[in-house]
Structures are given as structure tokens and as C-alpha cells.
Ligand binder design. Structure first.
Ligand code: PPS
Ligand code: ADP
Length: 222
């Protein structure tokens, strides 16, 4: 890979293999993708709860939360860092800002994975190329793409934050599924029919996949 000059890679003393051995499971990234309101956060949090209950080590990275810190928008950065900084580094919802959002989260999730964690990410990540680029930074088998396949009509009916209503009224522009694209995965590791099943059932489907892929050992069903 092309590199910036004067930047070198350090090998850490405690390897990923040693961390995984002490945790009793492999590290990986479970990348939930789907429309706003499809159930990404709910399933990721339910899964996190189940995994933690089994004694595994997982952590959730969630779009709304990360956009309050690491990937804050210009409005949040303006007061503390000034206008120029806010414009340069703040992330909104243009295609290029979403690309940078996903690139950064992909890098963070990869670090979690290297630390032996099961990283659960819940971002719309609407562009196939952005998700594929994250996949390409990871070892084969480490990136598990999970399509939270809830039809737009159901997401819009749920509308927990009232954003679809605002988007339909033209108060929010470039809203995914309304006037901005969502590119569904072509061959995800898992597709969850999330408009038809409970979050617990969906989380269990992911657990079954992880056990079948030997990322976690087989566990008793709850
Ligand atoms: N224009 C537009 N389009 C889509 N979503 C919007 C938009 N503006 C704000 N929101 C809110 O931001 C949340 C999505 O953030 P993400 O970081 O997951 O988006 S992306 O992956 O960069 O596309 C999303 O949260 P979720 O509903 O949890 O998906 C919305 O609450
Ligand atoms: N499997 C499900 N069945 C019914 N309702 C759900 C399900 N998953 C999520 N919900 C509800 O749908 C809404 C959106 O879920 P959320 O997890 O916030 O979606 P996202 O993170 O994709 O925006 C919430 O009100 C949540 O309680």
C-alpha cells in the first residue's frame, strides 16, 4: 500500500492471537447496514447484550453517537474550534462526508478487531463502494456484512425521530431512501428480515452465524 513518508508501522508486543486466546473468541467486525429506522442500533445493542451475557467481549459503534464525537458535524465543532475548522473537518450527509464517516469508522472498527473485540457497527453506510473499501482493509473473514433488510414503508411508519416526516416535507435534504440513495449489499454474509422478526430473534441469527463460523464457541440458546 502507498504510504506517507516518515510514518512507520509498529508491531505491538501483545499480539492479536494472544488477546483472542485470553478472550476465548476471535475478533471481528459485524457491519450492520440498512435504512434509517431499519433496526440497526436495536439489533446491534441486543446482540451486544447477548454476547456480553455469554462472557464475550463486544462493543457497539453507532452512527448517531459517533456523529456526536469523532465524526461530529460542523454545527457541533463551530463553537469550540471555529468556522474554518468546522467546515474542513465536520461531517454532514453529502456523499463525500458519508464516505469519510465510513472510512473513519472502518478504521476504528478494525482497531477493535485487532484488539480481539467483536465490533458491532450500526451505520446506514448507503454506498456499496464505501462498505467494500472497509472490507478490503480487513483480513478475509473479519468483516461480516449484515444487511438489516427492512422495507422503506416500515422504516417510514416507525419514524422514531420524525426524520422521514421532515424529509417528505422537504425540511431535511438528502435523506437516505427519500432523496438520497441506499445501495443494498449484493452478497452480504447475512440478511436479516428485520421488519418481520423480533430484535432477539435477529440477534440470535447473528450469534448462530458467529458460532457456525467459529468466531465464538457454540453457546446454549437463551
Ligand atoms: N440526510 C440524512 N440521511 C440519513 N440519516 C440522517 C440524515 N440526517 C440525519 N440523519 C440521522 O443520522 C443517522 C445516520 O448517520 P450515519 O452515520 O449512520 O449515516 S451514514 O452511514 O454516513 O450514511 C440516522 O440515524 P439512524 O436512524 O440511526 O440510521 C439519522 O438519525
Ligand atoms: N425487529 C424489530 N421489530 C420491531 N420494531 C423494531 C425492530 N427493530 C427496531 N425496532 C424499532 O424501530 C425503530 C428504529 O430502530 P433503530 O434500531 O433505532 O433503527 P436504526 O438504528 O436502523 O435507525 C425503534 O423505534 C425500534 O424500537
Amino acid at each position: 500500500m502507498a504510504n506517507d513518508t516518515n510514518v512507520t508501522w509498529h508491531q505491538h508486543q501483545v499480539s492479536r492471537a494472544v488477546r483472542e486466546q485470553s478472550k476465548g473468541h476471535r475478533g471481528c467486525v459485524i457491519w450492520f447496514t440498512g435504512l434509517s429506522g431499519s433496526g440497526k442500533s436495536t439489533v446491534a445493542n441486543t446482540l451486544d447484550h447477548l454476547l456480553t451475557g455469554h462472557g464475550f467481549h463486544s462493543a457497539v459503534l453507532d452512527g448517531d453517537n459517533v456523529r456526536h464525537g469523532l465524526n461530529a458535524g460542523p454545527g457541533m465543532l463551530r463553537e469550540t474550534h471555529g468556522e474554518d475548522y468546522a467546515q474542513r473537518f465536520g461531517l454532514g450527509f453529502t456523499a463525500i462526508d458519508r464516505e469519510e464517516n465510513i472510512r473513519r469508522i472502518g478504521a476504528v472498527a478494525e482497531l477493535y478487531c485487532q484488539a480481539g473485540l467483536i465490533a458491532l457497527t450500526a451505520f446506514i453506510s448507503p454506498y456499496r463502494i464505501d462498505r467494500d473499501r472497509v472490507r478490503a482493509t480487513m483480513n478475509p473473514g473479519d468483516f461480516i456484512e449484515v444487511f438489516v433488510d427492512t422495507p422503506l414503508e416500515i422504516c417510514e411508519r416507525r419514524d422514531p425521530k420524525g426524520l422521514y416526516k421532515k424529509a417528505r416535507a422537504g425540511e431535511i435534504k438528502n435523506f437516505t431512501g427519500i432523496d438520497d440513495p441506499y445501495e443494498a449489499p449484493v452478497s452480504p454474509e447475512l440478511t436479516l428480515l428485520a421488519g418481520e422478526r423480533s430484535p432477539e430473534m435477529l440477534a440470535q441469527e447473528v450469534i448462530d452465524y458467529l458460532a457456525a463460523s467459529r468466531i465464538i464457541p457454540a453457546v446454549e440458546r437463551g
